[in-house]
Design a binder for this molecule. Structure first.
Ligand code: 5RP
Length: 228
């Protein structure tokens, strides 16, 4: 699948998911290229159809995009609930084990997700896998002592790589932390790995989202399909 085809599937999933948001809702808005299509459609509905809802965003990027359409955005601590959060994912299996954080937003994404009544993911069909782990697993770490965390991850055989941008500068998250990507090839025991990672001092959060999502909307060449 080339990028244009993949973008078309992402767009179709995003437009389909936008139908879930209704007047008066509080909606969590994820991060990434698929979510960009979702927010474009929600922006269109807001401006052309008068859809009024409140958004809680999972990154400054998504906040800026949503606000450019005039969508009302509030802080996660300013709401007592989130009706539904719609987000992308890097991989998901049939048991709804997923990897997120390709866009370095996993921490805010997980905080918004766990405070949501319903979680919907939008993916193109290439993201649906038998076993997760081919996509490098992002882990958010505190910059102080990050070198030691990377060494400990390496000693465990997790093949960590500190994420850098095209200029060779460490990528920073919206919380100013680093991202370490674990090149694991496959993750056979995601729950064990999640527990191991979250118990490491210096690790803030990891990109394993295990059985958290309620519905996955998959952009498919035959039209969007729903996994529940
Ligand atoms: C950002 C994420 C994204 O949702 C994930 O990387 C998917 O991105 P895209 O829609 O661009 O493929 O987890 O941290």
């Amino acid at each position: 699948m080339d990028k244009a085809q993949q973008d078309a599937l992402k767009k179709a999933a995003g437009i389909e998911a936008a139908k879930i948001v209704e007047n008066g809702m509080i909606a969590g808005l994820g991060t990434g290229s698929t979510v960009r299509f979702l927010v474009d459609e929600l922006g269109r509905r807001h401006q052309e159809e008068g859809l009024e809802f409140t958004g809680v965003t999972t990154s400054r990027r998504t906040q800026a995009q949503a606000e450019s359409y005039g969508i009302k955005i509030v802080d996660v601590d300013d709401v007592d609930h989130i009706d539904v959060t719609i987000d992308g994912a890097d991989e998901v299996d049939k048991n709804f084990n997923g990897i997120k954080g390709g866009g370095a937003a996993l921490l805010w994404e997980k905080i918004v997700a766990i405070n949501s009544n319903k979680i919907v993911w939008i993916v193109d069909e290439s993201k649906v896998v038998d076993t997760i782990g081919a996509f490098p697993l992002p882990v958010e770490v505190i910059p102080f002592g990050a070198g030691h965390v990377v060494s400990k991850l390496a000693a465990k055989g997790y093949n960590p790589v500190l994420r850098k941008d095209a200029d060779g500068v460490e990528v920073r998250t919206d919380e100013n932390n680093f991202i370490v990507d674990l090149h694991l090839n496959r993750i056979d025991h995601p729950q064990d790995l999640a527990e191991d990672l979250i118990n490491m001092v210096g690790v803030v959060e990891h990109g394993l989202f295990l059985n958290m999502v309620d519905t996955v909307i998959v952009g498919d060449p035959n039209g969007p399909r729903v996994m529940t």
